[in-house]
Design a protein around this ligand. Structure first.
Ligand code: C2O
Ligand code: CU
Length: 478
């Protein structure tokens, strides 16, 4: 394939920088035009929120559940603002433990990133902390606690950043927050970790493949018996923002009676691709649109992969007010149809990483294995358990590549803080994401990013239990 005009200009502009490749020049990215994190223009608007993290009671599946959450609700309140706005959140810790908030997916300044012991001192019970930053880029994100297993309680919510100018055409939007739930219904997250450890990693999937069965799966805090209902009108274009802050569950999502056109992966635009169903890993987000052209009442299903049970919501056409919903155990046939893969996703941002052959390749490559089990429940990156682990050093301006190889029997949603990365896949223009699944049994994944946000950044598995046992590293700007 020939070069587009833009690619050609890009290469010409990079010739000088390419000479510095492989060396340890002081700022080897200088002069190169790499696709770093987008920066929005400041709007000057400030959005203020108070988030009280506190114990709360909520009802799901006919049980009263005692848990921890924000502002008395699960999920926490949706935060919605425009790119370029300033977000100011006062976090008040009314929990019996330390806590923090992480703005999952957003490349915020390092001190605002919410990682205890890495970017800030955790906030003690009774204390407050103010997070404040300019929101740099539109998309669908998550905010959540980054302390211990608190994510597997109710300490999460959706963070929606609208673009300065919307260029997606839709009439109506809903946000679906998917979760696996055990807190108060099957002990606490700490009990769950004890069970995993006692099993020596033998629970569920066998050696090293220990997995948690959850008593409940929720959409927007609602169990399948009492689902959230989303109304649409015939003829509308409907946008769904899907977010998965669950601790331990990959969901397969499908909308009964409709195909889904995927428009964004982890908040970043991709070339629209139409599928029947998609997998959404822990920490991932997808935006989809569909035409409301099939009146009735349909099920929006999130089936937990490899586990019993179901999360669901309902899609109800105004025109079909009287129809009754499909039974909860009837899975839409779309779940068995064409499933989105990373190879189907093509970046639709302005700039991608250029072909290595033309540029000489990245400045720095880390090849890392993912492993676990070995008779005890612990998960490692390249054989090391955080915090007893080497830094992954980078320098500002570098083009960095991570190549990950999964030597274990479980899938690992690997998440990088502070940066978007571009998946290297067959399309040559993989999507920009911040979280990506590395498949079990020698699954392989490679991605590139520009080191353009100095600081100490967490890189870890977004399975909360894997993270808790050590599956993390710090990417450090030397
Ligand atoms: Cu959403 Cu380090 O996490
Ligand atoms: Cu993992």
């Amino acid at each position: 394939p020939g070069l587009s005009r833009r690619e050609f200009l890009g290469i010409a502009g990079m010739a000088a920088g390419a000479l510095a490749l492989g060396g340890c020049g002081p700022f080897s990215g200088g002069g190169r035009d790499l696709p770093g994190s987008p920066q929005a223009r400041r709007t000057g608007e400030t959005r203020e929120h108070l988030l009280r993290a506190a114990p709360l009671e909520f009802e799901a599946g006919g049980q009263r559940l005692l848990t921890w959450g924000y502002e008395g609700d699960v999920p926490g309140p949706e935060i919605r603002l425009k790119e370029g706005d300033t977000l100011r959140v006062r976090l008040r810790n009314e929990l019996p433990e330390e806590t923090t908030i992480h703005w999952h997916g957003l490349p915020v300044p390092n001190a605002m990133d919410g990682v205890p012991g890495v970017t800030q001192r955790p906030i003690s019970p009774g204390e407050e902390f103010v997070y404040e930053f300019v929101v740099p880029v539109a998309g669908t994100y998550i905010y959540h606690s980054h302390v211990g297993l608190q994510l597997d309680r109710g300490l999460y919510g959706a963070l929606i950043v609208e673009p300065a100018k919307e260029n997606l055409d839709y009439d109506r939007e809903y946000v679906l927050v998917l979760d696996d739930w055990l807190d108060g219904a099957g002990g606490t997250p700490e009990d769950a970790l004890r069970r995993l450890r006692d099993s020596g990693g033998m629970m569920g999937g066998g050696m090293g493949g220990a997995t948690l069965e959850y008593p409940l799966y929720l959409v927007n805090g609602r169990p399948p018996e009492d689902p959230a209902t989303f109304e649409v009108r015939r003829g509308e274009r409907v946008r769904l923002r899907l977010v998965n802050p669950s601790a331990e569950t990959v969901f397969r999502f499908a909308a009964g009676g409709h195909r889904l056109t995927v428009t964004h992966a982890d908040g970043q635009p991709v070339e629209p691709v139409t599928v029947d169903a998609l997998r959404i890993g822990m920490g991932e987000r997808y935006d989809v649109v569909f035409e409301a052209d099939n009146p009735g009442v349909h099920q929006l299903t999130a089936a937990p992969e490899g586990k019993e049970g179901l999360a669901r919501a309902l899609l109800r056409y105004r025109e079909s007010a009287a129809s009754s919903p499909p039974p909860a155990d009837l899975l839409p046939k779309e779940l068995r149809g064409k499933l989105l893969t990373y190879a189907d996703l093509k970046d639709a941002r302005e700039r991608s990483f250029p072909e290595d052959t033309l540029l000489g390749g990245p400045d720095r490559v880390y090849r890392l294995t993912l492993s676990g089990g070995h008779g005890s429940y612990a998960w490692a990156i390249d054989g090391q358990l955080y915090p007893d682990a080497d830094l992954l050093e980078v320098r500002e301006g570098e083009w960095v590549r991570f190549e990950l190889q999964n030597h274990s029997m479980m899938v690992h949603p690997m998440h990088l803080h502070g940066h978007f990365f571009q998946l290297r896949n067959d399309t040559g223009r993989g999507p920009f994401k911040d979280t990506a699944l590395v498949e079990p049994h020698m699954g392989h994944l490679a991605f590139d990013f520009v080191a353009d946000n100095p600081g100490e950044w967490f890189f870890h598995c977004h399975n909360a239990y894997h993270l808790e046992t050590g599956m993390a590293r710090v990417v450090s700007y030397g």
